[in-house]
Ligand binder design. Structure first.
Ligand SMILES: [Zn+2]
Length: 109
């Protein structure tokens, strides 16, 4: 999820800057014209979509970081010996069971 967010932000921010630059040039140079069938509405759409992607990307990155933190907490619980964490299916397992009840993966230790 973090990588998806990073990708969206990396794509969204340059797209927004690109569109904003073109809109600025169009605005400040009255003789500037768009080529290649692009209209001002297309550029505005790119700016809005780029900005949305950047914002969603940042939100995904924040969520990704939070999820990673939770994973670290659950890892530290498993390392304390109270619970073990199945690396195969991400389930908390009672270490006295010896194996994961979900996927039958053998527990270490
Ligand atoms: Zn398992």
């Amino acid at each position: 999820m973090f990588l998806v967010g990073l990708f969206m932000t990396c794509f969204g921010i340059p797209a927004t800057i690109w569109a904003a630059r073109i809109l600025y040039i169009l605005d400040s140079h009255s003789n500037a014209r768009l080529t290649g069938g692009l209209t001002e509405e297309n550029i505005i759409a790119v700016a809005v979509i780029g900005l949305l992607m950047a914002v969603v990307g940042i939100i995904l990155m924040i969520f990704g970081k939070m999820k990673r933190k939770n994973q670290a907490i659950s890892d530290s619980i498993s390392n304390s010996g109270k619970l073990q964490y199945c690396t195969h299916c991400q389930t908390n397992v009672n270490p006295t069971d010896g194996k994961c009840p979900i996927c039958n993966q053998k527990m270490r230790g």
